[in-house]
Structure formats: structure tokens, C-alpha cells
Design a protein around this ligand. Structure first.
Ligand SMILES: O=C(O)CCC(=O)C(=O)O
Ligand SMILES: [Fe+2]
Length: 212
């Protein structure tokens, strides 16, 4: 396996959402590193992961109807870190080299542990992820979630759960790292909206630490 140069530049953007509007809002924090992985390495990693990850198409029952989840997914991690998504409890697949190397680099960079990763493949702009918070109780109160994007840049939207005037939009480009932390999941929702004009695929990896 090839090694990847992670953390190409030290360019970092710290974003505190909503605090300028209302001091009483708990601090939801974003850390964005647009060039966490160099472009060439991000492309190489995309190609390797598109082939190596065991992508699955999941279905969900919504209002009595079976609906396909609009993206492909896979869950990797330490054994004994089950995670609920698409309405089902998933046991992790064992780490593959590329994912394990990124996990170790993220742990060193961020100084926080990760024991699993949810992988999403958005095949084109028709694939998406609706409004949600990663607030499952197995992630703990103020989880640190590290989200690495590869391939087609996609829009990423955030909105406050109770104050609809608080919104934030960004584009997650290939090789970028977005870290959500603090009270983010308690107070904010996020989504990857459909962008029908987009024809190219994107992989997103969200590293998490499941409390066991
Ligand atoms: O694809 C993304 O950027 C977001 C993924 C996400 O929110 C999740 O896996 O919970
Ligand atoms: Fe999420």
C-alpha cells in the first residue's frame, strides 16, 4: 500500500457557529482544513477506496414503504463497536490499511481517539444525505467527528435546531478535512443536499469514537 502525505498545509479555519448571535448558545465548533491531503494523494486514495471498501446499498422503511438509502455505505472499525444507521445495528468490518492509516494520522493531528469510520459513496448529485445530527448516545455528549472528503466537491449545509435563522454553508472539496466538535451535534443539523447537475462521485469518511 502507498503512503499518503497527510496534512499538506497548516491552513486551518476555526468556525464557531452562532456564538456571535447569541452568547447563550453552547459552543458548536468546526475546524476546516481545505488541503489536509494533497490533490494527487486524494485522487489515489479515492481510487483505492472506491475498489477496496465493501460498499452496500441499504434500505429504510419510511411510512410503511421500503426506500433505498440514496448513497452507498460501509462501516469499518475495531471489533465491538456496533453502530446504528439506516435503522439497523451494524457490526464493523475489520480495518483496511488505507482507513487505518488515516485514522492514525487523524488521532495524531487532533489528539483524540477514533475507533471506527462510516464510509459514504455519493455516486452522483442525485445521491445525498438528509438533515440529521450525529447525536446517537453511543457517541457520547460532545463527540469529535472527523470528516474527510475525496472526489467531487459537494455542498455541506448546517442549520441550528431551534433558531432557523442560523445557517452555514460550505463546500467540501477533495482532500479536505472538516472536524465537528463541541456542542455541534446537540444544537445543529447537517446535510449533503442533492445537486442534480453533478455527475461525478464523492467518497466521505466520517471517523468516530464509539463509547463501548
Ligand atoms: O458526506 C458528508 O460530508 C457528511 C456525512 C455525514 O454527515 C455522516 O456520515 O453522518
Ligand atoms: Fe452526519
Amino acid at each position: 500500500m502507498q503512503q499518503f502525505d497527510l496534512c499538506l498545509t497548516s491552513e486551518k479555519e476555526h468556525i464557531e457557529l452562532g456564538n456571535d448571535v447569541d452568547d447563550s448558545l453552547d459552543k458548536a465548533r468546526l475546524l476546516f482544513q481545505p488541503s489536509f491531503i494533497a490533490q494527487n494523494d486524494a485522487t489515489m486514495l479515492y481510487v483505492a477506496l472506491e475498489h477496496k471498501i465493501q460498499w452496500a446499498e441499504e434500505s429504510l422503511w419510511i411510512a410503511g414503504k421500503k426506500r433505498k438509502v440514496p448513497r452507498l455505505v460501509a462501516w469499518y472499525g475495531d471489533s465491538g463497536t456496533p453502530y446504528r444507521y439506516s435503522g439497523k445495528l451494524h457490526e464493523p468490518l475489520p480495518w483496511i490499511d488505507e482507513l487505518y492509516q488515516i485514522k492514525q494520522n487523524l488521532e495524531a493531528e487532533l489528539g483524540t481517539p477514533f475507533n471506527s469510520v462510516l464510509c459514504n459513496l455519493y455516486r452522483n448529485g442525485q445521491d445525498s444525505m438528509g438533515w440529521h445530527a450525529d447525536d446517537e448516545k453511543e457517541l457520547g455528549d460532545e463527540p469529535v467527528i472527523a470528516s474527510l472528503s475525496l472526489g467531487q466537491p459537494r455542498a455541506f449545509h448546517l442549520k441550528h435546531k431551534t433558531n432557523p435563522s442560523l445557517r452555514h454553508k460550505m463546500t467540501l472539496n477533495s482532500g479536505s478535512l472538516l472536524v465537528m466538535k463541541g456542542a455541534m451535534q446537540q444544537h445543529w443539523l447537517h446535510q449533503v443536499p442533492k445537486e442534480p447537475k453533478i455527475t461525478q462521485p464523492r467518497i466521505n469518511l466520517t471517523f468516530r469514537n464509539i463509547l463501548v
